[in-house]
Write a protein that binds this ligand. Structure first.
Ligand code: ATP
Ligand code: MG
Length: 284
């Protein structure tokens, strides 16, 4: 139904992959909609590894993955054999009926990777017909051809920002904006957020309101050591399942509160009725 691109103008600091993964994971656990999460980076992405513990049975410990993922779909597209259920069939279930992971390309050469760009549109069209939300972790910047193609096709762009003044200046001056950003709904999300910095979300909004008067607040994914450990342990789903209903007094409560706010705003932006689709109420 709707494609959500997670994109950033910078490498690493905004936690773009982590943001996309945790928004997808929480949506899969708490909303009754079908979500797909995937990535289109050439250099080995970290997205899949964050979920390895949840899907290692299906992945056979990552030994034979030639018949799943984006590459398998590109092969079907080349042979004109893409079917409405192809994306679902080539994805891995993380939460039954609610969250699937589509493994990205394993192509070793950039030339082959570029040829994938041709097939991206039909593949994502099929994904969008089956899933209510398709979350794509894009390569940062605007030079990657798949990034450009997928930004153009997306219904919403979530821009991952960080509390770095130089990078913020660059983003809000629009100097390195891909063309697609000018005519799409955009949600701003600060990753690895430090609420004790002078550059809080509301101060950043105030600071740049002359260059861009956005209607929505800036959302955040707070810095959280346990979240980082869970990602390093490759068990994002397991950690979220165990920790999502923490009491207000728990130090990670803020992380979940901000994460839920961001997920809700993103889903509402693509037209999901979050009141109706919410299935598990956490402690808020
Ligand atoms: N909210 C967070 N709390 C703690 N650590 C985080 C958080 N978000 C990201 N990190 C850590 O920061 C590092 C970079 O994150 P990530 O890979 O998501 O960034 P990225 O913007 O996707 O990078 P790249 O541009 O290289 O793809 C990782 O080690 C990750 O575990
Ligand atoms: Mg990344």
């Amino acid at each position: 139904m709707a494609q959500i691109a997670f994109w950033s103008n910078a490498h690493g600091q905004p936690g773009n992959t982590s943001n996309a993964a945790v928004i997808a994971a929480l949506t899969g656990l708490e909303y009754d909609i079908r979500t797909l999460v995937t990535q289109t980076q050439f250099e080995r992405s970290t997205l899949e590894t964050l979920f390895t513990k949840s899907n290692e049975l299906q992945l056979g410990g990552l030994r034979d993955i030639s018949d799943i993922g984006l590459d398998a779909l590109a092969r079907l597209a080349r042979a004109n054999k893409l079917m409405p259920e192809s994306v679902k069939n080539k994805s891995i279930t993380l939460e039954r009926n609610r969250l699937d992971l589509l493994v990205g390309t394993m192509k070793p050469y950039e030339g082959l990777y570029e040829s994938l760009s041709e097939h991206v549109k039909p593949i994502f069209d099929i994904a969008n017909n089956y899933y209510q939300s398709v979350i794509v972790d894009l390569h940062s910047g605007s030079k990657n051809p798949l990034t450009t193609a997928l930004l153009n096709e997306s219904d919403l762009v979530v821009v991952s920002l960080c509390q770095n003044r130089t990078l913020l200046d660059r983003f809000f001056s629009k100097e390195d904006w891909p063309a697609a950003l000018y005519n799409k709904p955009v949600v701003l999300l600060i990753g690895q957020y430090d609420p004790y910095s002078k550059y809080t979300a509301s101060n950043i909004q105030r600071l740049y309101k002359r260059s861009w008067d956005f209607k929505q607040p800036i959302y955040t994914i707070p810095y959280c050591s346990d979240f980082k450990d869970a990602m390093n342990d490759k068990d994002l789903m397991g950690w979220l399942r165990k920790n999502k209903n923490l009491s207000k007094k728990h130090p990670n409560h803020f992380f979940f509160q901000e994460l839920r706010k961001a997920a809700k705003a993103i889903l509402e932006e693509i037209g999901v009725n979050t009141q109706v689709k919410y299935i598990e109420r956490g402690v808020s």
